[in-house]
Design a binder for this molecule. Structure first.
Ligand SMILES: [Zn+2]
Ligand SMILES: [Zn+2]
Length: 269
């Protein structure tokens, strides 16, 4: 086991493997999806520990990183892989990597159980970026050998957010589009209208999906969870009054709290 105290690995049906980092507050979730020839790596975590070695210990297939988007906690080890695909709208973020001040803040004592960090981990240098080696755009099909992932553009949280539909496994991998927890829609390049459209796009896949794999919060989710999130956001869109206001990551936010999940939107004027 590689950095066994930091990563947690869990196997799901249909040769889907979860890698999570439970000792970091983001508890970000990465998925490996095995084809006959390639293994898709849906995001690369926070960059802590030897993620590529862990992947190599779990799969002997050719690794292909498919980024759901380029936020820092999803691109951590991407610079260490040869093949990294992303939506063009996220390319700049992937190239930029994570600057030292951002990376240091991400490992503040409030954000991480410092005692569990791999020996020698030091965030002070930040993380290098990665030039994309290919693109993920709406309607693309990523062939892993005997298994195809269909790319669905699902912006809102982030402009180049994508989801992956695996019809064989009847599964949808959604990145940060939706999960049970606080959904962040307040970044300057977040787009609540695009988020609403993206939810409608995935909700239309009822005949093709049983299981939904998100990048944060409990996993897996059901299609009913997806519909519940969509239904709740329709209420927000129709003019629901926020439950409270607050500040997060330097932004003023309006919070719509539905219990198992909440939407954090830019605070209105
Ligand atoms: Zn994100
Ligand atoms: Zn995230």
């Amino acid at each position: 086991m590689v950095d066994g105290d930091w990563f947690e690995v869990r196997r799901f049906p249909h040769d889907v493997t979860l890698i999570r980092e439970p000792h970091h507050g983001e508890d970000v979730k990465v998925y490996l999806i095995e084809g006959n020839r390639d293994v898709a790596i849906l995001d690369t975590g926070t960059g802590t520990g030897d993620f590529p070695a862990l992947v190599a210990s779990l799969s002997d297939r050719r690794p292909r990183v498919l980024q759901t988007h380029a936020h820092w906690d999803h691109i951590g080890a991407s610079h260490r892989f040869d093949d990294v695909l992303v939506h063009p709208a996220e390319a700049e973020g992937l190239r930029r990597g994570t600057p030292p001040e951002r990376y240091i803040a991400a490992f503040s004592p409030e954000a991480v159980d410092s005692g569990r960090l791999p020996a020698g981990f030091d965030p002070s240098g930040g993380l290098p970026g990665r030039e994309p080696t290919g693109w993920l755009e709406a309607g693309d099909r990523v062939d892993l050998g005997g298994r195809v992932l269909e790319v669905i553009h699902t912006p809102g949280h982030s402009p180049g957010g994508v989801s992956f539909l695996d019809r064989q496994a009847r599964a949808l991998f959604v990145g940060d589009l939706l999960y049970l927890g606080q959904m962040y829609l307040f970044f300057p390049n977040s787009d609540p209208a695009a988020f609403r459209d993206a939810l409608a796009r995935v909700a239309a896949l009822a005949d093709a999906i049983d299981t939904v794999y998100p990048a944060h919060g409990p996993t897996p989710l059901t299609f009913a969870d997806l519909l519940a999130i969509r239904g709740a956001f329709e209420e927000v869109w129709a003019g629901r009054t926020p439950d409270r206001e607050g500040a997060l990551l330097g932004f003023d936010v309006a919070i719509h709290d539905f219990g198992r999940f909440s939407f954090l939107l830019p605070r209105g004027d």
